[in-house]
Design a protein around this ligand. Structure first.
Ligand code: FAD
Length: 476
């Protein structure tokens, strides 16, 4: 497409226009980078972060610990922290975030229509699809029964669970994620078994070497997982006790006693909402012009893992987000459709550093505080508070916890002190987690007068927590 002089109009502030210049779907490195570029081009972008569909807000890096290969961080950076920084940078330059899932898109009309889980219909001249990819499951016969009761798709989120401590654990997969998770789990388990379908690892050489050199990891080559079973030495039939493996060469089967099984078997692109709307390849990835962000539909651009089955890295996703935003800007400009914002303040205020909650103790405990942290606050509030108490169990590297905590704090603020919240790090307080029957993070329990009223696992919509609290405390 050739360049044409911009016929764009300007507005005075970041108010929404009836038709958005550019809507970005997805809040991983691709989505946030696209937003940073579009915002700095004064295009007032709107970004739909995602909530439950296709992963979590912040994307896949929310589920990892140290990111050592993202340029600019010589000592590495935690995945959730990197994503917090990208988010803050995009917001600082004026990106409007919509915390929802895109549930349906209509690309057969112009402007395009995007329907969200918050019942909004958003109109857009250009669309950047950055919905990434999601972890695959094996669909074993007994998988559902032991899901979250020994089986997990996120070692980084659930590895610190007390039930896994000093137990034998297994990871299935042979790529970078599998190797990273196996090494990570040696921190908690007594031994880690890595179950590999073939006779070699697909991981990078450095990662494979790390696994092969680790005496706490055993490799089981040419093994296929047939099923899982409960019980075992610990005798708890409701918790995973063993996995059943088939030797793909010799044909025999074996029972391997493990208390935890972690899936690291690849990803499926999050394109279900695009079925029938835009060409996808045979594996479901978005098809783009070679090496470029343009899809086969004029005005629709793709960025990141959703269109990349090969490189799938934070930096490649970010780079393609940049390309997609620049291409969208050119497209809008060529068609004379851009409505740019005029900035009153040329340099936006610094984003600043995120605030951390301090652990409460006898000196700083506040019986009226909306949100506190640690065993001391939990004990005091559990026994003394007349209000509903939300307890969220987290672990330091759990990305979904990172997403959920601000949502819970917002619910408590909206309810104007009708309830209180406390955060327990299960790595720092494993006995509390064990006593509370917590077997993964994030877990949220709602108490009133020392009685547990409800429990949730994973990230849920804010209204679920609000409704549950309101049901216990009808407004005066
Ligand atoms: C365990 C693990 C460790 C990794 N470690 C590294 C590493 O060290 N270095 C590195 O460079 N890369 C690493 N990667 C790869 C890296 O995370 C990905 O390549 C990168 O996150 C892809 O970015 P993305 O923006 O394309 O997609 P994602 O990060 O997958 O983000 C997709 C976004 O789309 C949203 N979404 C999905 N569907 C919808 C919908 N319907 N509506 C709205 N939003 C939606 C999701 O909520 C999410 O925000 C790792 C990946 C994993 C799984």
């Amino acid at each position: 497409m050739g360049e044409a002089p911009s016929q764009s109009v300007e507005t005075d502030g970041p108010q929404r226009t009836p038709v958005e210049n550019v809507v970005i779907i997805g809040s991983g490195p691709a989505g946030y980078t696209a937003a940073i570029y579009a915002a700095r081009a004064n295009l007032n972008p709107l970004l739909i972060t995602g909530f439950q569909a296709g992963g979590i807000p912040g994307g896949q890096l929310m589920t990892t610990t140290h990111v050592e290969n993202y340029p600019g961080f010589p000592d590495g950076i935690l995945g959730p922290e990197l994503m917090d920084r990208m988010k803050a940078q995009s917001v600082r330059w004026g990106t409007h975030l919509v915390e929802a899932d895109a549930e349906r898109v209509d690309l057969s009309v112009r402007p395009f229509r995007i329907h969200t889980s918050e019942a909004q219909t958003i109109h857009a001249h250009t669309l950047i699809l950055a919905t990434g990819a999601s972890a695959n499951r094996l669909h074993l016969p007994q998988e559902e029964r032991f899901w979250s009761r020994g089986i997990s798709a996120c070692a980084i989120c659930d590895g610190a669970t007390p039930q896994f401590r000093r137990e034998e654990l297994a990871v299935v997969g042979g790529g970078d994620s599998a190797c990273e998770e196996a090494v990570y789990l040696t921190k908690y388990g007594s031994h880690v078994h890595l179950i590999v379908r073939s006779d070699r690892l697909r991981a990078s050489a450095a990662m494979a070497d790390r696994v092969l050199a680790n005496p706490a990891i055993s490799l089981h080559w040419n093994r296929e997982l047939l099923d899982v079973a409960g019980g075992g030495a610990a005798g708890d039939a409701d918790w995973l006790g063993s996995i059943i493996l088939r030797d793909r060469i010799g044909g025999g089967t074996e029972n391997l006693p493990v208390r935890g099984l972690f899936y690291a078997i690849g990803h499926t692109p999050n394109t279900s909402l695009l079925q029938g709307q835009i060409p996808l390849d045979e594996r479901g990835y978005l098809v783009t012009r070679p090496g470029r962000p343009e899809t086969e539909l004029d005005g629709v651009f793709a960025a990141g893992d959703v269109a990349d089955a090969e490189w799938r890295q934070g930096i490649t996703a970010a780079a393609s987000g940049c390309q997609a935003a620049l291409a969208a800007e050119r497209w809008l400009s060529h068609h004379g459709l851009a409505v740019t914002v005029r900035r009153e303040v040329v340099e936006p205020a610094p984003a600043g550093e995120p605030m951390r909650t301090l652990e409460s103790d006898a000196d700083n405990y506040n019986p009226e505080a909306l949100w506190q942290k640690g065993a001391y606050a939990l004990r005091k509030l559990y026994h003394d508070s007349p209000k509903p108490l939300l307890v969220v169990y987290t672990s330091p590297s759990c990305g979904p916890c990172h997403v959920l905590k601000p949502q819970l704090k917002r619910v408590l603020q909206e309810l104007e002190s009708r309830a209180q919240g406390v955060e327990i790090d299960i790595e720092a307080d494993p006995e509390i987690a064990l006593q509370a029957g917590v077997n993964g993070t994030p877990t949220v329990q709602l108490f009133l007068a020392k009685e547990m009223k409800q429990q949730w696992r994973g990230v849920k919509q804010r209204r679920e927590f609000r409704d549950a609290i309101e049901a216990l405390t009808p407004p005066a």
